[in-house]
Write a new protein. Structure first.
Length: 242
């Protein structure tokens, strides 16, 4: 954990704080942490506690080092070492899963009461996520949401997507890779705030700032089946009454 080159199982001071592990007593209850089943005395036993030492940093973040550079992700400005600062990178750890889905445990794309990280069908379109090419039904294929056009694994100056001699099209399956709603130079599929309103897209109910809630644009509900989505249809149920 302290990146001193000594594996934790052999290190008598895992966190490098100067206090031997055998004497470490985070909550000061007189029971050393290695014998204490609730290190931070928060009432949650350590096996179920996501922050054993109560320092405000989840345990998984303290130990996670996505790019193996010796700097834990919570201190690293570029977790996946792709050259794009994390605050601009939609997939910080380069695992292909959008950060918003990983970090925001309250995110519920289809509003069914089941957060996306527990939901097998995020957009409730009847297609399980593992078979769905657009899990959140936002119109951008999942494989593009996690793509970084600037990644250059071998450092030869040629972006990875061009290295195989097959340039990526500026448009793919209806997605405009060059679309930049707020004109900040970062295409929407890589931009954490598409409309530049200061609200991250995963919290913004109107990512593109067009006045139409994303929930309506994404699901394209068409109550009367006339081919016109409800948010554009003046008579949603086709009963003759606007």
């Amino acid at each position: 954990d302290d990146n001193d080159g000594i594996p934790d199982i052999y290190d008598d001071d895992d966190d490098g704080d100067g206090v031997p592990d055998s004497e470490q007593d985070t909550d000061g209850d007189g029971i050393p942490d290695y014998l204490d089943n609730d290190d931070d005395n928060d009432g949650i036993i350590d096996t179920k506690d996501r922050d054993d030492d109560g320092d405000g940093i989840p345990d998984y973040m303290e130990e996670l080092d996505s790019d193996g550079d010796g700097i834990p992700d919570y201190l690293d400005d570029d977790d996946d070492n792709d050259g794009i600062p994390d605050h601009l990178d939609k997939d910080d750890d380069g695992d292909g899963v959008i950060d918003a889905k990983q970090l925001d445990k309250s995110l519920d794309s289809d509003g069914d009461g089941i957060p996306d990280y527990l939901d097998d069908d995020d957009d409730n379109d009847g297609i399980p996520d593992y078979l769905d090419t657009d899990d959140d039904n936002d119109g951008i294929p999942d494989h593009l949401e996690g793509v970084n056009l600037f990644a250059d694994a071998d450092g030869d100056g040629i972006p990875d997507y061009l290295d195989d001699g097959k340039p990526l099209s500026a448009s793919l399956k209806g997605v405009d890779l060059l679309l930049d709603t707020d004109g900040d130079g970062i295409p929407d599929y890589l931009d954490n705030d598409d409309d530049g309103d200061g609200i991250p897209d995963y919290l913004d109910d109107d990512d593109d700032g067009d006045g139409i809630p994303d929930s309506k644009e994404a699901f394209q509900i068409d109550t009367d089946g006339d081919g016109i989505p409800d948010y554009l249809d003046e008579d949603d149920d086709n009963d003759g009454i606007p």
